[in-house]
Design a protein around this ligand. Structure first.
Ligand code: NAD
Ligand code: AHE
Ligand code: ZN
Length: 369
């Protein structure tokens, strides 16, 4: 079938609106009509050419909400008309990872997904007979997309897809990193580096966990107002100090925070985030994604003396079993998704969403189809 899509033909090129051909779903696959999609910094990261897994031409987007249009042979967990959120972290329920009880990282489709392909090693998108790659198993910048059944979370139809699409990545990632990965407890002190969609969601998680102090750090002070509204107790700009920000935070918190979160993708800030943690027990969680070839460093003594370095993907959330619950919490008024949507636009204006993000003027732009 025909579909309008934003195609990334190559790194650093603006997305191009095209009419592409979408193949119908094969066994175990589902055709989804996308209603809305957020634009996450990871989309910009891959478009920049810095992502080792970035392949072109591709249809990007991984923060979507849609409606099941058609199901392939053998699909039983969703039916036509169901509202779904595409998952870049699938949940097969039977692989070594899914059954470990230790991680949300399912291995069932991850290898082909990383190559921009469906599990059978082929693509469902074509332009003039030439294949176009999938992105993060989702490709939500297309009116129609095809996903494996195990990469879809079925959610309550009462929830507006124009808002809950943000639970497909950013908001779930930040909240989950705090609640599942770090397991922040009541009274804990928290530092959150980077106050974009991810960092602001981590603030929501920290507020829900009843953290006693939530320190937001950003070099763009326009982010501070919303950070405070969501629960930040302090907002600081590293540029206001003539010493490393980790020293500032250690002084502010009588020895360091209990938990820190890096929500930027900057390896120098990752070091600051670790080193602002309290000796003996402080834990730092890396959420930000850094470019090809970059590495983190610190003195091993930082770890010898009890600080812990961790990472978190999709907030440690198992999409098919847990995401429907996030949607219910949103419907119950617990997750203010509307605060994140600073801009909405049709697919034709998607490049503006990338520009706004690069200029630091948006939290989330949501594309409507
Ligand atoms: P964003 O661009 O909306 O926000 C980033 C924020 O960091 C901005 O407010 C910016 O001003 C701030 N910042 C930049 N450099 C800084 C510095 N040196 N010090 C302090 N603040 C600085 O991005 P986002 O959508 O919130 O994503 C944040 C990161 O999280 C990206 O790297 C993205 O790829 C990654 N991410 C990871 C996961 C995951 O599952 N691990 C999921 C989603 C996004
Ligand atoms: N492809 C990159 C890594 C990108 C990455 O770390 N992605 C995060 C999600 S970012 C969402 O906005 C993630 O979940 N990673 C776990 C996974 O399985 O991809 C690279 O470095 O190759
Ligand atoms: Zn994302």
């Amino acid at each position: 079938m025909k579909s309008k899509a934003a195609v990334a033909w190559g790194p650093n090129e603006p997305l191009s609106i095209e009419e592409v051909d979408v193949m119908l779903p094969k066994k175990g696959e589902v055709l989804v009509k996308i209603v809305a999609s957020g634009v996450c910094h990871t989309d910009a990261f891959t478009l920049s050419g810095e992502d080792p897994e970035g392949v072109f031409p591709a249809i990007m987007g991984h923060e979507g909400g849609g409606i099941v249009e058609q199901v392939g042979e053998g699909v039983t967990s969703v039916e036509v008309g169901d509202h779904v959120i595409p998952l870049y972290t699938a949940e097969c329920g039977v692989c070594k990872f899914c059954t470990s009880g230790k991680t949300n990282l399912c291995s069932a489709v991850r290898e082909t997904q990383g190559k921009g392909l469906m599990p059978d090693g082929t693509t469902r998108f074509y332009k003039d007979g030439e294949p176009i790659y999938h992105y993060m198993g989702c490709s939500t910048f297309s009116e129609y997309t095809v996903l494996p059944e195990i990469s879809l979370a079925k959610v309550n139809k009462e929830a507006p897809l124009e808002e809950v699409c943000l639970l497909g990545c950013g908001v779930t990632t930040g909240m989950g990193a705090v609640m599942n990965t770090a397991k922040v407890e009541e009274g804990a002190t928290v530092a959150i580096f980077g106050l974009g969609g991810i960092g602001l969601s981590a603030i929501i998680g920290a507020q829900m966990a009843k953290a006693s102090r939530i320190i937001g750090i950003d070099i763009n002070e326009s982010k501070f107002e919303l950070a405070k509204k969501l629960g930040a107790t302090d907002c600081i700009n590293p540029k206001d100090y003539d010493k490393p920000i980790q020293e500032v935070i250690v002084e502010l918190t009588d020895g360091g925070v209990d938990y820190s979160f890096e929500c930027i993708g900057n390896v120098d800030v990752m070091r600051s985030a670790l080193e602002c943690c309290h000796k003996g027990w402080g834990e730092s969680v890396i959420i930000g994604v850094a470019g090809a070839g970059q590495e983190i460093s610190t003195r091993p003594f930082q770890l010898v003396t009890g600080r812990v370095w961790k990472g978190s993907a999709f907030g440690g959330v198992k999409g098919r079993t847990e995401l429907p619950g996030y949607v219910e919490r949103y419907l119950a008024g617990e997750i203010p998704l509307q605060d994140f949507i600073t801009h909405t636009m049709p697919l034709e204006d998607i490049n503006e969403a990338f520009d706004l993000m690069e200029k630091g003027e948006s939290i989330r732009s949501v594309i409507h189809f």
